[in-house]
Design a protein around this ligand. Structure first.
Ligand code: PGA
Length: 252
């Protein structure tokens, strides 16, 4: 089975001005200097170039939190893949549940965004996840399979290994309620199975867990065989705490 490099991503959402982002990156870099994991910071669009400049030559790569599928056009307020590439951004979160819930992000749009990101050389971090109602109704697997099939519809099987998937149960985001490691493992193993059935080299795909990941639970989650890392929101705003999540092996 191929080795999957652990992947730890900080989703700063609409937090941190450029000045605050700079301060946090400066505090983070020395704390993670020895890591062999992939570390990704996802700041606001405004702070992207600041974080790119500060983290040059380090293990950190920088991701945007969203992008439009077109290269340019009359789409007020949007940013395109070539604009991100111009800033030396290397990855992009797509389909975060907050985008789906508050900004009308659809699977149809994601089916265009994922290939547009890949074509531009950006690594998509595609978020999928079920609502509490769906989980309670026993529909978790159906929801996830539908999202994956729709969002990756235009990506050929072998290309799918270039996509990082973040499994983020909506009921666990920002709520302090984390999926148990067993729940997360079981669901992520299912996601890997959907990818395998679709012709992807599923053993190569990094699949992250997201939803109230903290230094105190990251190690246990990461101990699960199919969980390749984390997409961390609230706990990533603090450099010291995020560094502990990145360096989880040392904290065992
Ligand atoms: P949280 O957010 O860690 O604050 O729950 C995770 C996310 O939304 O990516």
């Amino acid at each position: 089975m191929p080795e999957r490099t652990p992947y730890l991503a900080a989703n700063w959402k609409m937090h941190k001005t450029s000045a605050e982002a700079a301060e946090c990156v400066d505090a983070l870099l020395p704390r993670i200097a020895a890591t062999r994991h992939e570390v990704v910071i996802c700041p606001s669009v405004r702070a992207l170039s600041e974080v790119v400049e500060r983290s040059r030559g380090s293990a950190v790569k920088v991701a945007a939190q969203n992008m439009h599928e077109e290269q340019s056009g009359a789409f007020t307020g949007e940013v395109s893949a070539p604009m991100l590439v111009e800033l030396d951004v290397e990855a992009v979160i797509l389909g975060h549940s907050e985008r789906r819930q508050y900004f009308g992000e659809t699977d149809e749009a994601l089916a265009r965004k994922v290939p547009a990101a890949l074509a531009a050389g950006l690594e998509p971090i595609l978020c999928v996840g079920e609502s509490e109602e769906a989980r309670d109704a026993g529909r978790t697997e159906a929801v996830l399979e539908a999202q994956l099939q729709a969002d990756l519809a235009a990506v050929e099987g072998p290309e799918r290994a270039r996509v990082v998937i973040a499994y983020e149960p909506i009921w666990a985001i920002g709520t302090g309620r984390t999926a148990t490691p067993e729940q997360a493992q079981e669901t992520i193993a299912f996601v890997r199975d959907v990818l395998r059935r679709s012709g992807a080299a599923a053993d190569e795909v990094r699949i992250l867990y997201g939803g109230s990941v903290k230094p105190g639970n990251a190690t246990e989650l990461r101990g699960m065989p199919d969980i390749d890392g984390a997409l961390v929101g609230g706990a990533s705003l603090d450099a010291e705490g995020f560094a502990r999540i990145v360096n989880y092996e040392e904290s065992r």
